[in-house]
Each structure stands twice: as structure tokens, then as C-alpha cells.
Design a protein around this ligand. Sequence first.
Ligand code: PLP
Length: 446
Amino acid sequence: MTKQSIESITKPRSEVLYKEALQHIVGGVNSPSRSFKAVGGGAPVFMKRGKGAYFWDEDGNRYIDYLAAYGPIILGHAHPKVTAAICHAAENGTLFGTPTELEIEFAQLIKAAIPSLDKVRFVNSGTEAVMTTIRVARAYTGRNKIIKFAGCYHGHSDLVLVAAGSGPSTLGIPDSAGVPSSIASEVITVPYNSVEALEAALDRWGNEIAAVMVEPIVGNFGMVMPKPGFLEGLCAAARRNGSLVIYDEVITAFRFHYGAAQTFDGLEAPSLAAIEPDLTALGKIIGGGLPIGAYGGRKDIMEQVAPLGPAYQAGTMAGNPASISAGIACLQALQEPGLYDRLNKLAAGLEAGLAAAAREHGIALTINRIRGSLSTHFCSHPVSDYEEAQDTDGEQFARFFRLMLDQGICLAPSKYEAWFMTSAHTDDDIAATIAAAERAFAVMAQ
Ligand code: PLP
């Protein structure tokens, strides 16, 4: 039998730039999730330019992009309407330190799509958004502790860097150094999809729990749906206890449909829209590719926030016209009829092709797909909580990742991260990706 091999693209300029970056930037990257540490190390690819579903590296190699910048780039790179909005904003001044009418327009757009948000506040990142929802919940309830779910990532603020999913797990740093144990002790972590574990924690720490924080659909240990009854049970238990429910929708908002997980009422998620959280954190897609975060919720809770209330939160860059303009353009483009169905169809085709190719070569692969996003887990068991996501073959993933990259297919360098479809991907891109995966599996199987 002939030995399968793949002719790999070469990236000499990325190697050179990585060496140079290491001299000046810690680890050579400005976010640890961009490093290749979890997939065998070495130089990450330095990208130069992106357009639609593709980006090109510093050596001129083209990649089909499923990273989508960890989620925000749902319209593909340099979408003309988003680009025009950013240019227009730049020409008119990027920062005033005063309110603008644009912020009102954007707040109205977001509130119309996510009705649980009586009031919103714009910030600069998902981390800030989540961090502030916790402060507001503490201010409102007069309690200190929060409950979170193992493997859910909620940004890098102290309180939520405990059992925190994709980024930290990939690098084997489940609890970050530098977080005082006094702070970590304010967080109780229970397994996702287990109402029983949540109820047990509430029984034990009940009147100390300010909030239960959850990714309503998980995006940080693969894409994982809540089991039927999980979110209902979570909300009922939290409310019985006088604790607030915080949804971290930084990944999920505008991901599966024009709205959030909390308004998602499709066949895939019949009961999600039955529950309204008290507070919601947003980010990623709502910025159209520029830095942004937002949080919001019930009026009486949000009125805890300064200048109305005693919970302080501020931001020099918050609500800047460039991010807000990009966000408005992005949400308007996402209202195009049929767009989300197209993403769903592309991902369904990709899922079927990957599954068939893996089967053909005897590779154990579990694929979790939710509409236009999916995650690939090298294992033969289902993945519905963090433990199951950890119990998968990281070395096989690393091999697959490299073999795909060598063929111009860019995935996130972590076994926990998702693949995201963009509105710029085509059927041909999906076919090329499946063909590349077939070749990769053939090599892995020998
Ligand atoms: N919450 C979730 C669910 C996330 O996935 C992320 C980032 O990946 C964050 C919060 C933090 O957002 P940011 O990286 O914009 O600070």
C-alpha cells in the first residue's frame, strides 16, 4: 500500500516573525489562545490580510478560516458594509468622551433582539461585561459568592478564572496564578448540565450566593447544548434561593439566529426561550470585529450601576463610535433573510463530510454541531460536560490541526474550541475542507 502523505505549505516568514515577536511580546502572542503550545508548539501563523472566508499569511499562503477570530467574524473578513461603517466613523472622529446618538441606536437594536435587556451598558470586551454583571449582582443582592459551571470560560477577571474552559484548560492552567485564594473561595464550581449538583451547592451556601453564572449554550469546551430541563432547573433553583441568573452570551448572542440563546426557539432548542436571565453579558459578534462588550438586564438591577446606583463601572473607550458603528452594521447585515439558515446548511454539510471521512478511516470522532458552529472531539463518547470534553485525545487533535493547517485550513489551536461558519463560506470551501480532512485522517490512520 502506498503511504499517504500531504504536501505541506511552508511558512518561513511566520517562523522569522515569531522569533522576533518572542523578543518583544510575552510568549510572542497577545492572547495565549493564539499560541501553538497545545498543538506541538512552534510558530503560530502570522496573518497579513483577510477577505471573506479566507485569510493570507505573511508568506502569501491562503487559508480557509474556521477560527473566525474566536467567533466575532460571522460575516467573514472585511465585510464591505462593516468596513464602510468603520471608515465613516474614523473620518468623523473615533472617540469623544461624550455620549453619541449612535449608542442609542445600537442599544435599541440589541434590546429589540434580546428583550430581557431593559437597560444596557457598553464596555470594551466580554471580560469586562461578565466582570461587571457579577459586581452588579453582588450590589443588588448584598451577597458575595457566585456559582459557575466547570469548563465554562467567562473571560480573564479574577473571579471567573476557576475551572475555566478553553483557553486556560488548553494550556493546563485551570486556576491562574495571581488570583488570591480569598477571591477563588468566592466561586463555587459545579458540573455543567447537572441541576442536582447546583442544588447541592445552593443547599450548602444558599444565602451567600449572589448569582449563578452560565453559558446557556457552551462554546468553551466544544459546542455543548444544555440538556432538556437544565436551564429551567437552574433558574428555578437560583430564584428559590434569591440568587440572580447571569447568562454569559458573549459567544452565543447572534451566533445561531438573530437573537441570543435566551431567545432561541428553534427545533434544536425547544425550551431555551422559556427562561429569561436577570443579567446578560455580550461581546464578540456585536462588535462586528472591533473591540466591544455589553451587559444588561432588568431595570431595577441595572439601576445599581453608577451614575444611578452604587456599583461603579466606567470606561474611557466604552461606546466608542468605531466599535458601535461596526456593531450596528454587523447586526443590520445579520438581518438578511436566510443568512442563518445558510450557515446551518454549510455546517451540516461539513459535519456529515467530516463524520463520513473519520468513519472511513476508523478515526473515533464525536462532532457537536449547533447550527453554524461545531466542535470536533477525538473520542467515541458523547461530550456533554467538561469532564467528557477533557477525556478526549489531545494528541490526535494536535495532529489533525497541523495536517489541516498544512493544507490551508485554519482551525483554533485547541481541542476545546469551536469551528465557526461565516456568511462568506461557500459550498466549495466546505468540499475543500472535507477533502483535506479525508487526507488528514488517512495519514492519521496509518
Ligand atoms: N465569555 C465567553 C463565553 C467567552 O467565550 C469569552 C471569550 O472567549 C469571554 C467571555 C471573554 O471575552 P473577551 O475575550 O472579549 O474578553
